[in-house]
Ligand binder design. Structure first.
Ligand code: PZK
Length: 287
């Protein structure tokens, strides 16, 4: 008899279940958040797009860095994974100066201990990608920390191994995306350690929820960039003058349809698979 999936926890838009003692099931919903608030309206198939993208990247980077993926379920929105001992840090890789990194740079000239050249503009490409570790806040916002603070949490050798793995993954994915018209501005990785002590990539990877994707054709440093996936949602929410506190606004059908189309576009550009083919048989992204 198959063992029941035991619910372990909820992320903002995902659910985590245990499958016996050593496997997990990660299920991506169609919920969408903006300005850190979950909206009442879902975007159909968003969870399938994110799951398919994660599975695609896990399949293509397993020789670069071992990862937790065991199987992609035929519902297209669930990943069976190896259970790891997760490290208590996030590893963000940034090839461009955006978000909290831009704010920290403007204030201090540095990001997580990386001193950057003077005069950089918002969204400018960095000469070399940097790893900016952060703590995983139980509630509220993750806090940027420097490499020494990250090493104090996980050990120096382990941190250096994670940093190097994160840079390899980013270099591979950013080059793949750039060749397809998408800038991977930054992305967050979560690593764990398996039963043999091997550093292993976990969580979701290289999705629009864990990354900033920008359209290369529209890239214009010197200010904030339009988000490849969520820009219609942000623009609509800004047009309402909503105060960005719970509950968020309902989304009108045109915003939902336009946003779904952007997620599907990103999926098709990055994976090279038609999204209809993925819906018919999710395993297409693994081949
Ligand atoms: C793990 N999360 C985040 C929380 C979600 C996801 N392979 C793993 N081994 C052990 N723990 C985790 C993983 C993974 N991935 C991931 N928390 C623990 C999380 C809530 C919902 F979908």
């Amino acid at each position: 008899m198959p063992e029941a999936a035991v619910h372990l926890g909820s992320g903002k838009v995902r659910e985590l279940y245990a499958l016996g003692d050593d496997r997990l099931l990660l299920v991506a919903s169609d919920r969408i958040s903006t300005f850190d608030v979950i909206l009442p309206t879902e975007v159909p198939d968003k969870g399938r797009v994110l799951t398919g993208l994660s599975a695609f990247w896990f399949a293509r980077t397993r020789e670069l860095v071992p990862n937790h993926l065991l199987a992609l379920r035929d519902d297209g929105r669930s990943l069976e994974c190896r259970r790891l001992e997760m490290l208590p840090i996030e590893c963000v890789v940034r090839g461009y100066l955006a978000g909290s990194a831009w704010r920290d740079y403007e204030r201090t000239g540095a990001v997580c201990g990386h001193r950057l050249p003077a005069g950089l503009r918002e969204a400018e490409r960095l000469r070399q990608p940097i790893v900016t570790p952060a703590t995983k806040a139980e509630s509220g916002h993750d806090e940027n920390i420097d490499a020494a603070a990250a090493a104090a949490r996980v050990g120096r050798a382990r941190y250096e191994q994670a940093e190097a793995a994160a840079l390899r993954l980013y270099a591979f994915a950013a080059a793949h995306a750039e060749a397809r018209g998408i800038i991977l501005a930054d992305t967050k990785f979560e690593f764990g350690v398996d039963g043999e002590g091997t550093l292993t990539l976990g969580d979701e990877a290289l999705t629009p929820d864990s990354s900033r994707f920008w359209e290369a054709d529209a890239y214009a440093p010197g200010g904030p960039q339009a988000s490849y996936d969520k820009q219609f949602v942000r623009d609509y929410c800004e047009s309402l003058g909503w105060d960005k506190t719970h509950p968020g606004p309902d989304l009108p059908p045109a915003v939902v349809t336009g946003t779904r189309a952007r997620y599907v576009d990103a999926f098709e550009l990055l994976t090279g698979c038609a999204f209809d083919a993925y819906l018919a048989d999710p395993q297409v992204v693994l081949r």
